[in-house]
Ligand binder design. Structure first.
Ligand code: UDP
Length: 331
C-alpha cells in the first residue's frame, strides 16, 4: 500500500512525507513544483512532477503504486491573492480537487485526507471555535476549501470513499530534525516574517494593528507546529484504514498568542532585538482565531507534542538559518 501525497514538495506536504516515511509507509508525491521544491521531497519518496487534475497521470500513479490513500495538499494558499483572482482559486483549489476526487473514486481509492482551513469559519470570536460553528468564509480561498469539503461529503455519501478534512489554524515551525521547513520566498506569515527580520533578511517588520479587542490590542492566533499537524494526518490515515467514518476536525492547540507575544518569543530565540514597527490593521484580519480541538484529540487520539510557542519559534528560526545557507550555496 502506498500513500499519494499531492503538494508533497510544499511546506506542509514535505513534512507529511517525512512523517509517513518515518512511520515506514511507502510514499509517492505528485507536485507541479510551481511553488514547491524538488529538494524538499525526501529522497526515499517517489516524485512525479505533474498536475492533480491530470486524470490519466493520477490514474496511472494509483495503479502502478497500489495507492490506498490520497493526502491532498496541492493548492493555492494566499488569501489576498484569492480576493484579487478568485476564479484562479476556484480553478486550482476547487475544480482540480473535484477532478482528483473523481479519479480517486474511479480508481477505487478508499481513503482521502484533505487539507482544509480555519478560513471556512470567517471572523471567529475570542472563544475557541468548534467544527459546528457557523461557516462563513470571508475570502475566495476559504470558500474554495469549503466547497471541496462539501464535494467530499457528497462523494462519500454516494461512493465507496471515506475522508477526513482537517481545518488548519496557523501552521508554523519546521521539522525539528532540520530536514524541511517553510521555504517560499516572500512569505507573509507572522513567525516566518519575524524570523526573517531577526536574521536581517528584512530591514524591519510591522505589527498589523494594535487596537483590537484583545488583551494587548494585537491579533490572537492559534499557532500549531507543522510536525504536530503532520502527525494528525498520519493518525487520520490510521483511523480511516481501521474503518473510521468520515470526519471534519480542527487542528490547533485550543489557545492563542498575540502578535506581540510571538515577536517576544522570536526575540528570546534570537537573543537580540530587531526592528519592529507598530502599523495599521491589515484588511480582513479577525481579532482572534483559536481552535477548539477536542474532536481531533478524541477521534484521532491526537496528543500534540510541540504545543509550546518557544519550541515552534526555535524550529522556525533554525530552519531560516538552514535556508540562508542553502540559498547562499545555490547562488
Ligand atoms: N501579522 C503582523 N505582521 C506581519 C505578518 C502578520 O502583525 O508581518 C499579524 C497578522 O495581522 C495576523 C497575525 O499576525 O493578526 C497572523 O498573520 P498570518 O499572516 O501569519 O496568518 P493568518 O492568521 O492571517 O492566516
Amino acid at each position: 500500500m502506498t500513500v499519494l501525497v499531492t503538494g508533497g514538495a510544499g511546506y506542509i506536504g514535505s513534512h507529511m512525507v517525512w512523517e509517513l516515511l518515518d512511520a515506514g509507509e511507502s510514499v509517492v508525491v505528485l507536485d507541479r513544483l510551481s511553488t514547491g521544491f524538488e529538494w524538499a521531497v525526501a529522497p526515499e519518496a517517489k516524485l512525479v512532477v505533474g498536475d492533480v487534475a491530470d486524470r490519466d497521470l493520477v490514474g496511472q500513479i494509483i495503479r502502478d503504486n497500489h495507492v490506498d490513500a490520497i493526502i491532498h495538499f496541492a493548492g493555492s494558499i494566499v488569501v489576498p491573492e484569492s480576493v484579487a483572482d478568485p476564479l484562479a482559486y476556484y480553478e486550482n483549489n476547487t475544480s482540480k480537487t473535484r477532478t482528483l476526487i473523481e479519479t480517486a473514486v474511479r480508481e477505487g481509492v478508499p481513503h482521502f485526507i484533505f487539507s482544509s482551513t480555519a478560513a471556512v469559519y470567517g471572523g471567529a470570536g475570542l472563544e475557541p471555535v468548534r467544527e459546528d460553528a457557523r461557516l462563513a468564509p470571508e475570502s475566495p480561498y476559504g470558500l474554495s476549501k469549503l466547497m471541496s469539503e462539501w464535494m467530499l461529503r457528497d462523494a462519500g455519501l454516494a461512493h465507496d470513499i471515506r475522508y477526513t478534512a482537517l481545518r488548519y489554524f496557523n501552521v508554523a515551525g519546521a521539522d525539528p530534525k532540520g530536514r524541511t521547513g517553510q521555504s517560499t520566498p516572500g512569505a507573509t506569515h507572522l513567525i516566518k516574517v519575524a524570523c526573517e527580520t531577526a536574521l536581517g533578511k528584512r530591514p524591519f517588520m510591522q505589527v498589523f494593528g494594535t487596537d483590537y479587542p484583545t488583551p494587548d490590542g494585537t491579533c490572537m492566533r492559534d499557532y500549531i507546529h507543522v510536525s504536530d499537524l503532520a502527525a494528525a494526518h498520519r493518525l487520520a490515515l490510521q483511523r480511516l484504514r481501521a474503518g473510521g467514518e468520515s470526519l471534519v476536525a480542527n487542528c490547533g492547540y485550543s489557545h492563542g498568542y498575540s502578535v506581540l507575544e510571538v515577536i517576544e518569543s522570536v526575540r528570546r530565540a534570537f537573543g537580540r532585538d530587531f526592528d519592529v514597527r507598530m502599523g495599521d490593521r491589515r484588511p480582513g484580519d479577525a481579532a482572534a482565531v483559536v481552535a477548539n480541538s477536542e474532536l481531533a484529540r478524541k477521534e484521532l487520539g491526537w496528543t500534540p507534542q510541540r504545543d509550546d510557542l518557544d519550541l515552534i519559534v526555535n524550529d522556525a528560526l533554525a530552519w531560516e538559518r538552514i535556508l540562508t545557507t542553502k540559498n547562499s550555496v545555490r547562488n
